[in-house]
Design a protein around this ligand. Structure first.
Ligand code: NDP
Length: 447
């Protein structure tokens, strides 16, 4: 960062939010890439726009008490950040993971504001979650936890106020329990209050697949710009959760060979191409560890280290697990092994110096807020269907999703060209989303 006003603002963010390193990272990435905009149009530094953007409108922190299967009382922390409502009701997922703390929720909420702006849909930015660890919990424990969580959250949300969805550890099952409790407490069957619902009571077709499919549609655009496509490309995908599984599915459908994926314990590699039906069976049905893939396919190998994924030769890497998984070492390894395209399915998987390294080395890089916006975009489409009291077909939603991802790519690319760094999609997507958000904030006065 060179601009003295921005340096000062960033120092303020650090001192007002001490020890919140993930939040600092997210703010630094955005502010530093906005510099070319401020050079040409310094007006954006006025009216406290940046000062307001980096301060959440509201941060809610609550106790979640519940009883486990052994009748022991357990206490977790619940959070919801309502970051920015300039573009619409707060919108963003809930994450249940032991690593959840204010810094994580704030970085995710901050990112969400820009991501939602890129979709072109009327959604503000929010995020929430708990340090609850769903691993090893029975179905009854998950249900009781979700009910306890909603018994506080329900008073802060609503279809025109704040619309949570899933994220890590929160899928259709958890959304179902949360929705049931919301309905009971509020006595309102307001389908638009949560997205990621089952299709049986107001969910949208394609929502399950949306983030992964959307990521691949985004990468399709990146490849097309370089005169290439997915056919025959070697792809590695980190994680084996919701985003990873459907990114692998769409990449395979488009002719790629997905050779490796991971979970938080380790990496599996199958040079013949992974059998996705088996991965779905292991992770979605049995809720087991990815290692068990090798019991069925002995020719595949397992390495008890999730970061080993980045040591395999590939053309395209899709980090779809969690924040901080690509540090400079993993970035260097990917480049050495010939990787030429990286696109983020997870939120903030790459460190700032890893991103800079990719840009310097000519790796075409798709940043999270653009590349993984398909999930929230389809949540926006779910809200539209709930308001209309209609359900669109799979093909219809998929077409909308595809068009939105093409548009996000076009916005990022055209803005990058305009600001004279044509392959810098980080800058392109940050400037494009900032302008939409800032225009809306300025139009609504100082609030
Ligand atoms: P899930 O909980 O469905 O899956 C997460 C996956 O990542 C699991 O396979 C998990 O393994 C694995 N994992 C966790 N930590 C590590 C690690 N350190 N190394 C390797 N693998 C790891 O979450 P989602 O797929 O929903 O979300 C993944 C990422 O995508 C998150 O960053 C999320 O914020 C982001 N995202 C999700 C969206 C959505 O619609 N779901 C939308 C936009 C972004 P294990 O089973 O061992 O825990």
């Amino acid at each position: 960062m060179q601009n003295p006003t921005l340096i000062h603002l960033f120092e303020q963010v650090k001192s007002r939010n001490p020890y919140e390193t993930e939040f600092h990272h997210a703010v630094e990435e955005v502010l530093s890439s906005l510099e070319p905009l401020f050079e040409i149009e310094p007006k954006w530094l006025e009216n406290g726009v940046i000062e307001r953007l980096v301060e959440p409108e509201r941060f809610i922190h609550f106790r979640v008490s519940w009883v486990d299967d052994r009748a022991v009382v357990r206490v977790n922390r619940g959070f919801r950040v309502q970051f920015n409502s300039a573009l619409g009701p707060y919108k963003g997922g809930l994450r249940f993971h032991p690593s959840v703390r204010p810094s994580i929720i704030k970085f995710l909420g901050f990112e969400q504001c820009f991501k939602n702006a890129l979709t072109g849909l009327p959604m503000g930015g929010g995020k929430g979650g708990s340090d609850f660890d769903p691993k090893g919990k029975s179905d009854g424990e998950i249900m009781r936890f979700c009910q306890a969580f909603m018994s506080e959250l329900y008073r802060h949300i609503g279809s025109d106020i704040d619309v949570p969805a899933g994220d890590m550890g929160v899928g259709a099952r958890e959304i179902g329990y949360l929705y049931g409790m919301y309905k009971k407490l509020s006595n309102v069957h307001a389908q638009g209050v949560l997205t990621g619902k089952s299709v049986h009571y107001g969910g949208s077709l394609v929502r399950t697949q949306a983030t992964g499919y959307g990521l691949v549609y985004f990468v399709e655009n990146m490849l097309k710009d370089k005169g290439e496509d997915f056919k025959g490309k070697r792809v590695i995908v980190s994680g084996s959760g919701n985003v990873a599984i459907y990114a692998m599915e769409k990449a395979q459908e488009l002719g790629a060979v997905v050779i490796a994926c991971s979970d938080s314990n380790g990496t599996i590699v199958d040079e013949k191409g992974l059998d996705l039906a088996m991965i779905k069976e292991i992770k979605e049905v049995r809720r087991d560890r990815i290692q068990s893939y090798c019991e069925v396919y002995p020719h595949a190998s397992y390495i008890a280290d999730p970061k080993a994924l980045y040591e395999f030769a590939c053309d395209i890497a899709l980090p779809c697990a969690t924040q901080g998984e690509i540090q400079i070492e993993q970035a260097q390894s990917l480049v050495e092994k010939g990787c030429r395209f990286v696109a983020e399915g997870a939120n903030m998987p790459s460190s700032l110096n890893a991103i800079q390294y990719f840009l310097d080395q000519g790796v075409y890089f798709g940043p999270a807020k653009a590349a993984n916006a398909g999930g929230v975009a389809t949540s926006g489409l779910e809200m539209s269907q709930n308001s209309l009291r209609l359900q669109w077909s799979f093909e219809e939603v998929d077409q909308h999703l595809h068009a939105i991802m093409d548009d996000i790519y076009a916005q990022a690319k055209q803005t990058a060209i305009l600001y004279k760094d044509p392959d810098n999609l980080v800058m392109g997507s940050n400037i494009a989303s900032f302008k939409r958000l800032a225009e809306a904030m300025l139009a609504q006065g100082v609030i």
